[in-house]
Write a protein that binds this ligand. Structure first.
Ligand code: PLP
Length: 362
């Protein structure tokens, strides 16, 4: 059987270093906001090419705190792609702001810059581009529009650790940008974790205050903050894995290249563009008979996933808020997309086998 992903296999080669990291942290006897978090923050900021990194408890919290520190007037609008993972939209709602969904480009699955301007109103405060599946958004036009309309940009980089657009990495374009280190992400922890990256020292300071009960000096609270700290242990594990992130990304690109070359042309494969370095957090194909294909692959011993089966505006949680409009591009993607096995724990042989089985689908 070829699993969609076995996280133990993904992490197996790091196990000895994880054990050492665990022992180091345990021995220090200091488990929250200590040296391991400091070190990881510096390393990850360097890796991304930004000045500041602030570790937090999850990707969702990284988005919420990123929005919160701009002190945007409640009721203001934030532009977000209609096909994103629900977390991006939830962060906007949790900050008392209004998500305005903009359709993706059917080729890239990322927000269509040509459709952003139409969605801007006098209430628009920010744009949240999401680099879906590990491919960056077309950032030049997005930044140009944001500058012209004086909007904040918060990149959702949860699926794009190390991905590049015109030689610049995810997290270097927006004012304040969010990463998730959920275990399945290309840089995944052994539990929940996230981070905010920014070049603005003022925003970085605010994010540090918000993640720790709104206080800079212990027991003195400046704002109504959160408890959203990155654990020392997770930070230590992340430092171990970060050293191999480029290797992980390159390996997944190598697996993706096999799929791109081998899979029949009547399946819609990810769009490859010059000047983009895609890291394939997810490798999806699209086919009109997706459900039949998924079932056929299970019968062939291959597990796949769907990212995502239901678009956000059709989710029970958001129907009342967003359900009155239709988003046909997003709906077409949700109805036809299938994510294939692609992880650091898969062999090239696994990938050849998946491609071969897909090509046998009638
Ligand atoms: C994973 C993910 C998040 C949320 O991250 P968590 O760490 O699970 O909170 C946000 N946005 C996108 C696009 C994601 O894929």
């Amino acid at each position: 059987m070829i699993e969609y992903e076995n996280l133990y296999k993904t992490n197996k080669s790091f196990l000895a270093d994880y054990k050492k990291a665990f022992a180091d942290v345990a021995k220090k006897g200091f488990y929250i906001l200590g040296k391991a978090v400091d070190e990881f923050e510096n390393e990850f900021a360097d890796y991304c090419g930004v000045k500041n990194c602030i570790g937090v408890a999850s990707g969702l919290d990284a988005l919420i705190i990123s929005l919160k520190i701009f002190r945007i007037k409640p009721g203001s609008e934030v532009i977000v792609p209609s096909n994103t993972y629900i977390a991006s939209i939830l962060s906007i709602i949790h900050c008392g702001l209004v998500p305005v969904l903009v359709e993706p480009d059917i080729k890239t699955y990322n927000i269509d810059p040509d459709k952003i301007e139409n969605a801007i109103t006098s209430k628009t405060a920010a744009i949240m581009p999401v680099h879906l599946y590990g491919k960056m958004c077309d950032m030049d036009p997005i930044i140009e529009i944001a500058k012209r309309h004086k909007l904040k940009v918060i990149e959702d980089c949860a699926q794009a650790h190390g991905a590049q657009y015109k030689k610049k990495k995810a997290g270097t374009f927006g004012h304040c940008n969010a990463f998730s280190f959920y275990p399945t992400k290309n840089l995944g922890a052994l539990g929940d974790a996230g981070a905010i990256v920014t070049n603005d020292p003022e925003l970085a300071g605010q994010a540090k205050i918000y993640r720790n009960y709104g206080s800079k000096i212990k027991y003195y609270n400046e704002v109504v903050g959160y408890n959203s700290r990155l654990d020392e242990l997770q930070a230590a594990f992340l430092s171990v894995k970060l050293k191999k992130l480029d290797e992980i990304n390159n390996y997944k690109r190598k697996l993706a290249a096999i799929y791109l070359k081998k899979i029949r042309e009547d399946f819609t494969k990810p769009f490859v563009q010059d000047d983009y370095y895609d890291i394939y957090h997810i490798f999806n194909i699209r086919h009109p008979q997706r459900d039949k294909l998924k079932k056929y692959l299970i019968d062939q011993g291959i597990r796949t996933e769907i990212h995502y089966p239901v678009p956000p505006h059709k989710q029970k949680a958001l129907r009342d808020l967003l359900g009155d409009k239709s988003y046909p591009v997003s709906e077409a993607i949700h109805a036809s997309t299938l994510s294939l096995p692609i992880s650091y724990g898969h062999t090239q042989k696994d990938i050849y086998e998946v491609a071969e089985k897909i090509n046998g689908f009638k």
